[in-house]
Design a protein around this ligand. Structure first.
Ligand code: NAD
Length: 358
């Protein structure tokens, strides 16, 4: 039976509006094909919001996001706003949005598409035919949110930041990781630095305890330095990686670079229940904005994650992912993933081709 969903759309700056337009086109086609209604409300966030209201996250935007089932975001920022003070920069709006919506779990798939194997910087014998890792990063705790400050010490001025995690914070992110693994290859690698850090020792204890509720999922623990190494030595050993805010920040970038194509990678940030914020991992790419050159596939695949994780519409999510794969198999490429013998298309044409194949 057809359902109705309310989606807050934040196109943002640079290529944001261009890639969002294509994702909406694809969602509308999903709606037509499967009989759902998606109600989009377009809102200001980032640099464009600073220009219009002086605030990177106007209250109206946050309120409407809270009333929605999900949020779809393009990208924010650009050179125009780079010299503003920290708290009114576009990125501050993004942090306020994640915090304001209680999004504590960041899901970043690093998928190497068979068609784009050549973009992978690792040798073919290391990465194989394809790769599919999901990094689950804790997003609202740890050192990025802990106590920090400056003081005078014996060797001059000192600065400190604090890594602090509670049982509750660790348990809820671990549960997300195990639930996600259940829908995949049923393996969780928990990454920490328990040989040195007390916060990591608690992390390990709690994750181990949560694992008892998921006997069908295999759990292993790995130190973060080893994980960084294993990702380039043998990435195929990983299914779901769960880790803290800072380790996840670093490892998810490393994992995504293995795929070699920033324009292809989606992400989801989840809170309690099925609410989520979905966005491509790339930025606003000011160098190619307004030129119909941006790859919209990361944003289209973010919309697919929204269908899967917020709306629990697995068939519809697969329809989008399969349409993207077909377009790539047929040889269509935006400039960033172009190679000899393939067909170069712009942002709009790429969006149209995907929508047509739903
Ligand atoms: P970027 O991701 O915007 O661009 C890096 C490089 O990748 C550029 O050469 C760009 O042209 C290319 N690229 C990125 N997305 C692409 C796409 N979809 N298709 C084709 N090519 C693509 O990173 P940056 O240059 O470091 O940052 C630019 C601005 O974006 C900055 O203001 C930064 O603060 C902001 N930013 C925002 C977010 C976000 O909104 N979540 C994330 C990262 C950076």
């Amino acid at each position: 039976m057809g359902m109705e969903y309310r989606i807050a759309v934040l196109p943002g700056d640079g290529i944001g509006p261009e890639v969002i337009e294509q994702a909406l086109l694809v969602l509308e086609q999903v709606g037509r094909k499967f009989g759902h209604v998606f109600r989009f409300t377009t809102l200001l966030a980032g640099g464009c919001a600073i220009d219009a209201t002086g605030n990177p996250l106007p209250e109206e935007t946050l309120d409407e996001c809270r009333r929605s089932d999900a949020v779809l975001l393009g990208a924010v920022g650009g050179p125009k706003w780079d010299n503003l003070p920290g708290d009114i920069r576009p990125e501050a709006g993004l942090l306020a949005l994640r915090g304001g919506l209680g999004l504590f779990a960041n899901l970043r798939p690093a998928v190497l598409n068979r068609e784009l194997r050549d973009a992978c910087p690792l040798r073919p014998d290391i990465v194989g035919e394809s790769m599919d890792i999901m990094v689950v990063r804790e997003l609202t705790g740890g050192i990025y949110f802990g106590q920090r400050g400056r003081r005078t010490g014996k060797m001059g001025e000192e600065a400190f930041d604090t890594e602090c995690y509670s049982e509750g914070e660790i348990e809820r992110i671990a549960r997300v990781a195990f639930e996600v693994a259940r829908k995949r290859r049923k393996k969780v690698t928990s990454v920490d630095k328990a040989n040195v850090l007390e916060s990591s020792r608690l992390w390990r204890e709690v994750v181990t305890k949560v694992a008892n509720d998921y006997p069908d999922v295999t759990l292993e623990h790995m130190y973060v330095d080893n994980a960084a190494m294993q990702l380039v030595r043998n990435p195929r050993q990983f299914d779901v990686i769960v880790t803290s805010n800072m380790f996840g920040d670093i490892l998810s970038d490393e994992a995504s670079m293995i795929t070699g194509s920033i324009g292809m990678l989606p992400s989801a940030s989840l809170g309690e229940g099925s609410f989520g914020l979905y966005e491509p991992i790339h930025g606003s790419a000011p160098d190619i904005a307004g030129k119909d050159k941006a790859n919209p596939l990361a944003t289209i695949l973010s919309a697919a994650m929204m269908l899967r994780y917020t709306m629990h519409l697995e068939e519809e999510a697969m329809a989008v992912e399969n349409a993207v794969n077909r377009v790539l198999e047929e040889g269509y490429r935006t400039a960033d993933i172009m190679s000899t013998g393939k067909k170069n298309v712009g942002t709009r044409e790429m969006g149209r081709l995907v929508a047509e194949r739903i």
